[in-house]
Design a protein around this ligand. Structure first.
Ligand code: SF4
Length: 366
């Protein structure tokens, strides 16, 4: 593999900075984008969109964003909302920690900053869930402040442009990429330029099969000139996924269903779930009857529903087998996390994604 000196490549690429800026902005202007958070571009709206866009596709975010802004049109309204309502609005987007941190940040802004959204990068960086990229994106897109950005799409684009043959998560590579991002910023239209970089990385300089043959900046691209566009960026070893098998049980009593609110230290903190158990036994029904009895205090008769739901949470790949149980006797343990909820309450409570998938099938089971 040819050796590339990325620092000298960065210097060489930056000699064409003006041409790169113009071509990227022209490409950006040639597309019609109808994104709701770009209509008013207030720091609050850009913040909501940026947090939602972490780990979620843009097409999915649009609908969630519109619903969220309708429900919580200002930082003040978000701050005073019950967390359950915020989580309900977030239901299905996943990574619920994002919603909890936004709620905390909104409360902090109202309590200590008079409800004014911070417009200094150092203040923004003290808020939960806001890192260097998010703070820079909010302030550059909403207020045209001069801050460089670096996230997945721009890491890939810059690494290819400067021919970076190093693990992009290494601190030296990160430092170099941040410097490159800063050096590339134009003097005007900072927000548009930062968005152009991200969109270009997502749509043209894609992870697989980048569209080099139609790329307006290919003549400045080190990876393309070396034929390394499908090799760069280099990454450290990918995440190893852990396979888990779990059981979920719907336990009914008259018109009620037994649910549990996950505590702050548990997966899906603040959301609701059906009774759920690790499944590593062969005598599944007998094991579940004992597990239900131990955790709830109820004696039940368990029946396999032959429904399997596959879902993923962070590095876990979970196969969820679904059961239903009839209560034979017993009372809930005193102070139990479990509560009886009506079918309507089940629809209104924020559930984790796999529990919601299961809940959606309940009416067909009776
Ligand atoms: Fe990306 Fe290819 Fe364009 Fe280089 S030439 S910036 S690798 S799309």
């Amino acid at each position: 593999m040819p050796t590339v000196q990325p620092i000298s490549s960065a210097v060489a690429v930056l000699k064409h900075r003006r041409a790169l800026q113009n071509r990227l902005l022209n490409w950006f202007d040639s597309r019609t984008r109808d994104l709701p958070w770009l209509v008013d571009r207030t720091p609050y709206q850009v913040w909501v969109s940026e947090i939602m866009l972490q780990q979620t596709q843009m097409a999915t975010v649009i609908e969630y964003y519109q619903r969220f802004i309708l429900e919580f049109p200002s930082v003040q309204r978000l701050a005073v909302a019950p967390i359950a309502k915020v989580l309900k609005c977030w239901e299905g987007l996943g990574y619920y920690r994002r919603a909890r941190q936004m709620h905390e940040a909104a409360q902090w802004i109202v309590a200590t900053n008079g409800g004014r959204f911070p417009t200094q990068i150092d203040s923004l960086l003290t808020l939960p869930g806001i890192g260097k990229y998010t703070a820079a994106a909010i302030l550059s897109i909403s207020l045209e402040q001069r801050h460089p950005i670096l996230e997945g799409n721009t890491i890939r684009l810059f690494s290819r442009l400067i021919g970076l043959q190093d693990d992009t998560s290494a601190s030296t590579a990160q430092k170099q990429l941040w410097q490159f991002s800063e050096s590339l910023l134009p003097s005007k239209r900072i927000g548009d330029f930062n968005q152009a970089l991200m969109d270009f990385g997502r749509e043209v300089c894609k992870p697989q099969n980048p569209v080099c043959d139609h790329c307006p900046i290919s003549k400045y691209c080190s990876a393309f000139s070396l034929g390394l566009q499908n090799v760069i960026p280099f990454r450290a070893k990918r995440t190893q996924f852990v396979e888990l098998r779990e059981a979920i049980v719907v336990i009914r009593r008259r018109n009620s269903i037994l649910l549990r609110q996950c505590t702050n230290t548990q997966r899906w903190a603040g959301l609701w779930d059906f009774p759920r158990f690790d499944l590593h036994r062969v005598a599944v029904r007998h094991y579940l009857q004992q597990a239900v009895q131990r955790s709830t205090g109820l004696t039940t008769r368990i029946e396999n529903l032959n429904i399997t739901i596959k879902h993923a949470v962070t590095r876990y790949r979970i196969t969820l087998e679904c059961f239903q149980a009839k209560t034979v006797s017993g009372r809930l343990h005193r102070g139990s996390q479990f509560q009886w909820k009506t079918r309507q309450e089940l629809d209104e409570l924020p559930l984790n994604a796999s529990a919601r998938k299961f809940a959606d099938q309940l009416d067909t089971l009776r």
